[in-house]
Design a protein. Structure first.
Length: 260
C-alpha cells in the first residue's frame, strides 16, 4: 500500500510539473482604432483584406454569429453560393496565419477569447468616465479616446459602429474635461476638451467644456474666443445660434469676472 501511495505522489508531481512547464499562449492584440493592425507576440501579422473584414465583423459582435449572416452581411451583392465561398476562403486565410483568431463551431463563428481588442478597452474606459466611476486617468487610456474606429473603412456596418463609438468617446472626453477642470488640472482639461472639439466642431457641449476650463483658469478672453468660434460655426454650418445653456454659461463667467 505504501508503494502505491508513493507512486501516486510521483505521478501527481510529474503532472504538476508538466502543467507548470506549459507556456502561456502569446498575447494577440486586434487594434482597430486609427486603422487595422493585428499583433501577436509583439509582431505584426499580415492578413489579406477579405480575412481582415471577417475578423473585424466577428470581433465587433459579443456573441457567436451564424455563417449565413456573416456571409450575407459582408458580400451583400454576391449570390448566396459565392458569398459562402468567399467566407470559406477568408476563414482559410485566417487559419493560415497561424494565429488563433476565430472559433468555428458548426454554423457559428466567434472571436477567440484570448484576443484583446483596443476598441473594447477604450469603450470600457469611456463608460467609466461617463458614469463617473473611473479611477486614476493616464495618458495611454486618454489617447484611445482621440482615435476613430477604422477611419478609412467605408462599409455600412463599420460606419454605424464608428458613429456609435464616436458618440461615446465624445461624451467621455467632455466628462474627462469637466473632471480635470474640477481637479484643477486645467492645462490637461483644455487639451482634452479641444480634442473633443476637433473631433466634432459643431458639438456645442464640447465647446462649453473648454469654455468652463478657460473660465476656471481665469482666462476670460480665451473663453470668449472659444464662444465666438462656436457661434460662428453653428451659424455658418447649421444656421442656428448657441443654446440658452451657452448664453447662461457666458453670462456667469462675465458676472464672476466683474465680481473679481
Amino acid at each position: 500500500m505504501a508503494v502505491c501511495c508513493s507512486c501516486d505522489r510521483v505521478d501527481a508531481m510529474r503532472a504538476s510539473s508538466r502543467t507548470r512547464a506549459r507556456p502561456a499562449p502569446p498575447r494577440t492584440e486586434l487594434r482597430l482604432l486609427d486603422g487595422f493592425e493585428l499583433v501577436c507576440a509583439e509582431s505584426s501579422v499580415q492578413l489579406p483584406l477579405s480575412a481582415q473584414r471577417v475578423l473585424v465583423f466577428v470581433a465587433l459582435h459579443d456573441h457567436p454569429l451564424r455563417r449565413p449572416y456573416v456571409a450575407g452581411s459582408l458580400w451583400l451583392d454576391s449570390p448566396e453560393e459565392r458569398a459562402f465561398a468567399n467566407l470559406r476562403s477568408a476563414l482559410w486565410r485566417l487559419h493560415r496565419s497561424g494565429v488563433r483568431l476565430v472559433q468555428s463551431r458548426g454554423w457559428q463563428l466567434s472571436l477567440e477569447r484570448s484576443v484583446v481588442i483596443d476598441l473594447r478597452q477604450a469603450e470600457a474606459f469611456a463608460r467609466r468616465l461617463v458614469d463617473g466611476t473611473g479611477a486614476a486617468v493616464d495618458k495611454v487610456q486618454t489617447s484611445l479616446l482621440r482615435r476613430d474606429l477604422l477611419p478609412d473603412w467605408y462599409d455600412d456596418w463599420i460606419i454605424l459602429e464608428r458613429e456609435r463609438y464616436r458618440q461615446l468617446r465624445l461624451r467621455a472626453l467632455e466628462a474627462l474635461c469637466e473632471r480635470l477642470t474640477q481637479a484643477g488640472r486645467l492645462d490637461s482639461a483644455i487639451d482634452v476638451g479641444l480634442a473633443a472639439v476637433s473631433s466634432e466642431p459643431l458639438r456645442e457641449s464640447s465647446h462649453r467644456a473648454v469654455i468652463r476650463a478657460h473660465g476656471a483658469d481665469g482666462n476670460l478672453a480665451e473663453a470668449i474666443r472659444q464662444y465666438h468660434l462656436c457661434r460662428r460655426l453653428l451659424k455658418e454650418q447649421l444656421g442656428i445660434e448657441p443654446s440658452e445653456q451657452m448664453e447662461s454659461l457666458m453670462h456667469s463667467l462675465h458676472a464672476a469676472e466683474t465680481a473679481r
